[in-house]
Ligand binder design. Structure first.
Ligand SMILES: [Zn+2]
Ligand SMILES: [Zn+2]
Length: 165
């Protein structure tokens, strides 16, 4: 997703851009909704200070119960882009800091957007916090109630201590 730097006024500018997920390199199998970038860019003598929020929706499969569900994925992006002399290409200097060419008229934020959305994903993808998962014996979805096997409170055999044994 490109931000037109040449079009930004000194001071605070409002940003609202949308893009198709595959255009910025997101997995089209998971992401079907437009990616929305909102927030502000402060333009000063020092450069461009981006304070953005990115959000989209993904279709995921629960790690515990294998049910498909849709959820919002969102994250903040904070980036400072500083111009340097000459025609040097854009370069990442440090976390949240890039240098751009003296005359660059736009900046591509695809990599920042991808990084932010991936950071916004939890380690475990769950349809809900307290998903009970599948019975390890009969495979029944324990969210729909006990399956009749013994010890189904052990459920998914996951990473949490069952309430009772
Ligand atoms: Zn689940
Ligand atoms: Zn069972």
């Amino acid at each position: 997703m490109f931000i037109r730097l040449a079009a930004l006024a000194d001071g605070t500018n409002t940003v609202h851009e949308t893009s198709a997920p595959e255009e910025i390199g997101l997995d089209a199998e998971i992401f079907h909704s437009p990616v929305e970038l909102t927030g502000e860019v402060h333009r000063s003598e020092n450069g461009f200070d981006f304070r953005l929020h990115v959000a989209t929706e993904g279709d995921f499969v629960c790690d515990r119960c294998a049910v498909g569900f849709r959820r919002t994925v969102e994250s903040d992006i904070r980036l400072l882009a500083v111009r340097r002399t000459g025609h040097a290409p854009r370069e990442r200097e440090a976390e949240g800091l890039v240098t751009i060419g003296m005359h660059d008229a736009e900046i591509n934020l695809d990599q920042e957007i991808l990084d932010a959305l991936i950071l916004g994903l939890p380690m475990k993808i769950l349809c809900r916090e307290d998903c009970r998962g599948l019975c390890p014996r009969c495979g029944a979805d324990l969210n729909e109630g006990p399956c009749g096997c013994e010890n189904t409170t052990l459920g998914y055999g996951g990473d949490e201590t069952p309430e009772k044994l």
